[in-house]
Structure formats: C-alpha cells, structure tokens
Design a protein around this ligand. Structure first.
Ligand SMILES: *Cc1c(COP(=O)(O)O)cnc(C)c1O
Length: 457
C-alpha cells in the first residue's frame, strides 16, 4: 500500500512537471524538488498524497475561514448548479443569488456601505478600484484627479492594474510595471524600518509620508490612497497604533478617497467582520475576496460607500466595466451561505473573544526563543520574525534562506506555515480550537529549534 501510494505521488509529480506551469514559482527549482500534492481536507487539516495529515496554518491562501469539508457549502453549490448554473448581470438582468449576497454584504459591512460590485478575484476587484475611483472624479468634473497612492511592499494582486497598485519590486520589474499615475510611499514596518524611533513615533512618521506625497504631487491630482489594514503577503505587518488614526486624519483633511483592501482581513480574521471595524476606519471603498467564500469558489467584490455610490448612480451614466462572471450565481450562493455559517456559528465572535487572544498569547511565548525577534499579529493572523541579532533587529543573510528552511521543517512536522523573507506567517482557519492552537504552536516551536540546530551545525 505504501509503495503504491509513493508511486502514485511520483506519477502525479511527473505529470505536473510536464504540463502545469505554477503561479509565483521557479519551475526549474520545482521540477527538482517535486511538488506536494494535496488530495483532501477536513476542518483545519489537509492530507497529502503520501497520507500525511498537515495542519493548514495558512487556511489555503488566507481564505478557508470556515474550514474544509463544509457540506452546507457543497450542497448549496450543487443546488444552485441545478437551478441556474450561469446567467449574466450585464443587460438589465439579475438573479436571486446575486441579490441575496449583495443584501447580506450590505448588512455585514459598516452602515455607510450599501452597494456591491462583484468580480472573480481580488486582483480584478482592485483593477475595478482603479477604474472606479478615476471614473468617480471624472464624473465630479475633476478628471485630473487620477493618481493613486499605495505603499512599498503592499500586495493588491497580480493583474497589470493590481500589481501596479502593489508595491512588490519583483513584480514591477517583470512586464514594465507600474502603470502611470500610481505612486508608492513608505510602509509602516517598524521592525525593519523603525530605526531609533519607538513604534508610535515611527507609525506617525510613516503615516505622514502620505501627507508629504499629497503635498508634493498636489491634492488636485490625487484620486485615492489604498492600503491593506495589516499587510499580508508583505509579511504580516501590523502597523503601530499611531498609524491608522493619522492616516484617517490625512484622508479627511484632503480631498482623496480611502480604499481599504480587506481581502485578507475581511470576514473575521482580526476578530471583527472587517479590519475597518477593528481600526474604526471610514473608507470610501472596501475590497474583499478570499474569506468572502472561504475559498470554496472564486468570488470577490468592491463595496461602495453611499457617498461614492450616489455619484456613480445618479450622475455617472454607464460604468463601462465588468466581467462575464461578475455575480456568478453559484459563487454568490456559496458566498451568501458562507456568511450565514459565520453568523450562525458565531465564528467571528469566538475569534474575537477566545481563540484570537489565545493564539496571540501562545505565539508571543515564542519571543523567548533565541531566533525570534518579534511576534506580531491580531486575532488569527500572525508573523514570527526570525533574526540573527535580536538587539540590533538584524536578519540573517538572505542567502541562508532561513525562512524557507524553517517552513520546510514545519511541513515535515505537520504544519503549513508560509515564509515571507524570514518572517513565518500564519493565518489558520477561523474554526481552529484552543487545543489545535497548542498543536500548531508546538510544531512552530519545534521547527524553530530545528533551524537553530541546523544553523549551529
Ligand atoms: C490575495 C490578495 C489580493 C489578490 O486577490 P486574488 O484573488 O489572488 O486576485 C489582493 N489583495 C490582498 C490584500 C490579497 O491578499
């Protein structure tokens, strides 16, 4: 049996190598190592083709919030596939699932949000943001307001528009990005960039970079500022407490729109429905994806606040934008049921009051480990920063690939973590229990010991 399974894995790997080009992957390296093949999943666990059970400490890619194996979502999808597998929402038509989901979203978002534009991915939603904010200012007679300010090391997706909004250098150098009129300011990454300032001093300074940019470019040219409340793919960067209030002040003082990218934080990750609630923000647009359907089907959206929606609807005319699958009935039905699961089982309240604080507290204990410079996070999202010198906040030489090695040790021990540089990042399904958190933290600690041992030998 074992032999047969091993053979099956190899065959799958060979076929994968022969025909499948992976996203964000060096194919040559992958072909040497061989990919891990995941065959099934339940709760917080995935199983690979060799039969290993692994804790999914990343909830897929920050998305499987309600956990794997949800019969309700499977049943909903099958029912909708039978009833109406597809219809478009372009030509004065609609259908019950898209109407239901839009109403559900209006209810769970802050009171000022009552309109939803649907897309299939976070990237498409952020491309929609670029077109929508420029269209908004154009309708208001200020077409010169077209510059969007974002941040270095931000992640907003991988299409031409979304990757331009993002601040990932490695993405910009491939394909001539960013597109014009996107600018990037400093990120609020105190551990790496804070120098001698304390976190709050640094948070203020990083926020004031927005004001400087506005003054430099000219308020009359700026359409919007976009940011993730907590940077995810950038390494789970939680801004100092002083950061968001100062950003809010600046956005209120100047005539620009605030766009909050809730793709990771939305749907309970921080213990609130949205990080907008956690940080008490007043955005004009909110971008959602991932947790919207817990990853069961592709769907994403831009939530539009009343003040923006009024302009678009009352005087905007046709917004010449949309996707064949905007408001896909099956994805909408699954997303609406996913929201009902979050409500029915009080999953977000549990993260807020019980598992979130417990997860943060248990992970903070790792700060006594010789390799851990900082543990940061809120609710069920966290980053563990591995460093060579804690005092100087200095990382290991990147050639040593300490993060990747730690990740691989963890996988062998039964935990999927992700390495961003040398930050180990975690974002488990929101249904994780306290005893499962104990298991997760134990494996994380053992993996840190593994890499410490490896470095010393
Ligand atoms: C993943 C992500 C996106 C892009 O979503 P896709 O569905 O992969 O296109 C956008 N913003 C943030 C913050 C993300 O984490």
């Amino acid at each position: 049996m074992d032999g047969f399974r091993a053979l099956a894995t190899e065959e799958l790997q060979t076929l994968d190598n022969n025909h499948h080009l992976h996203p964000f992957t060096d194919s040559k390296v992958l072909h040497d190592i061989g990919t891990r093949i995941v065959t099934h999943a339940e709760g917080i666990y995935v199983w690979d083709s060799d039969g290993n059970r692994i804790i999914d400490g990343m909830a897929g890619l920050w998305c499987v919030n309600v956990g794997y194996g949800r019969e309700e979502l499977a049943d909903t999808a099958v029912r909708q596939l039978r009833q109406l597998p597809y219809y478009n929402t372009f030509f004065m038509t609609s259908h019950p699932p898209v109407i239901d989901l839009s109403e559900q979203l209006a209810k769970v978002t802050p009171a000022s949000f009552n309109h939803i534009f649907l897309t299939n991915s976070g990237s498409e939603a952020n491309d929609t943001v670029i077109r929508m904010v420029r269209q908004y200012w154009s309708i208001r007679g200020k077409p010169e307001k077209s510059v969007i300010i974002s941040r270095h090391n931000a992640y907003h997706g991988s299409t031409v528009g979304a990757a331009s909004l993002g601040g990932m250098h490695d993405m910009h150098v491939q394909g001539g990005l960013p597109i014009p009129d996107i600018r990037h300011i400093q990120q609020p990454y105190w551990y790496q960039e804070g120098g001698d300032l304390n976190p709050d001093e640094f948070g203020l300074k990083a926020a004031q970079a927005l004001e400087q940019e506005i003054l430099e470019v000219g308020e009359s040219k700026i359409a919007a500022f976009i940011a993730e409340p907590i940077q995810g793919a950038g390494g789970v960067i939680v801004p100092p407490d002083s950061y968001w209030p100062e950003i809010s002040r600046i956005c209120e003082q100047y005539e620009i729109l605030l766009v909050v990218d809730e793709v990771i934080c939305g749907f309970g990750r921080t213990g609130k429905w949205f990080a907008t609630d956690y940080y008490d923000l007043k955005p004009d647009l909110m971008v959602m994806a991932k947790g919207l359907s817990s990853g069961y089907l592709p769907i994403a959206c831009v939530a539009v606040s009343d003040s923006v929606a009024e302009v678009l609807i009352e005087i905007g005319g046709e917004f010449a934008h949309g996707f064949t699958y905007s408001g896909h009935p099956v994805s909408c039905a699954v997303a609406a049921e996913n929201i009902r699961i979050l409500q029915r089982e009080k999953i977000i309240e549990n993260v807020d009051q019980s598992t979130g604080p417990y997860f943060q507290q248990q992970l903070r204990n790792l700060e006594s480990h010789p390799l851990v410079g900082e543990v940061r996070g809120i609710g069920l999202i966290a980053g563990i920063e591995i460093v060579e010198d804690k005092q100087a906040r200095r990382r290991f030489d990147s050639e040593l690939k300490v993060g990747i090695r730690c990740r691989d040790f963890a996988a062998r021990r039964g935990l999927i973590m992700r390495a961003v540089r040398d930050s180990m990042v975690l974002s488990p399904p929101l249904i994780i229990t306290k005893s499962q958190i104990d298991d997760l933290v134990d494996i994380a600690r053992d993996s840190l010991d593994d890499i410490l041992h490896d470095l010393n030998n």
